[in-house]
Ligand binder design. Structure first.
Ligand code: G4P
Ligand code: NA
Ligand code: NA
Length: 193
């Protein structure tokens, strides 16, 4: 997705050669028009798969996911990283370890919002090691639902996440794929020397 890739190059800030800060349009301030176009790309790719639900994880996955939910005309469900006191019904849970943040989150969704009839499109802002996406996939499997694919806004292709998901047989669509952040410079797939 050209416009997203240009935005990443123009406004992304590389931190310590491995983390890309995209606070200008995705992780802090959100560019709604860009998120709508992101969602339209997910829709174009997955529209014939019978999607009944978008699944993501709070917080940063919600922006692209709510736009996708609008495009597919289905609900957006987000996994919560802490068990809220208001969540009193039965839940599916899984542990997601973040290497970036060196922290494990015990994430939950209510069983009443995901069932064996669902065809789920998982969406997230970043794909790095794949822990978040694999955790969401685990929740889908616990519900007996189908995961029809995974939509990612920014993939750090130099990390193992995409390969891990593909080796599970999942259809992964990443709209911006980063080959390297070395030298604090964004190099996209296809731009390598
Ligand atoms: P993984 O899920 O692919 O294994 O990624 P990892 O554990 O490395 O990353 C954990 C968190 O950091 C995730 O957000 C993920 O989206 C984000 N992340 C990973 N690499 C980058 C990066 O280069 N730049 C930015 N901006 N984020 C990155 P999270 O913990 O779920 O937090 P939230 O922001 O969604 O609340
Ligand atoms: Na994030
Ligand atoms: Na995320």
């Amino acid at each position: 997705m050209k416009e997203l890739q240009q935005k990443v190059k123009d406004e992304g800030v590389v931190i310590a050669g491995s983390v890309l800060k995209v606070d200008a349009f995705l992780n802090h301030q959100i560019d709604a028009q860009l998120m709508k176009k992101v969602a339209d790309h997910f829709y174009e790719h997955f529209k014939n798969k019978g999607v009944t639900k978008i699944l993501t994880i709070e917080a940063s996955g919600i922006a692209p996911s709510i736009m996708a939910a609008l495009a597919f005309n289905v609900p957006c469900l987000f996994a919560k990283k802490a068990v809220p006191s208001t969540l009193t019904e039965e839940v599916y849970t899984t542990d997601i370890h973040s290497y970036t943040k060196n922290k494990t989150s015990h994430v939950v969704i209510s069983q009443k919002f995901l069932s064996a009839e669902d065809k789920v499109l998982i969406i997230d802002d970043f794909l790095a090691n794949g822990e978040a996406a694999l955790g969401l996939y685990d929740l889908v499997k616990q519900a007996g639902a189908d995961c029809i694919g995974i939509g990612i806004v920014i993939e750090k292709s130099f990390q193992p996440g995409a390969d891990r998901l593909k080796s599970e047989g999942l259809d992964v669509l990443s709209l911006c794929r980063i080959a390297s952040l070395e030298g604090d410079k964004v190099t996209l797939i296809g731009e390598e020397e």
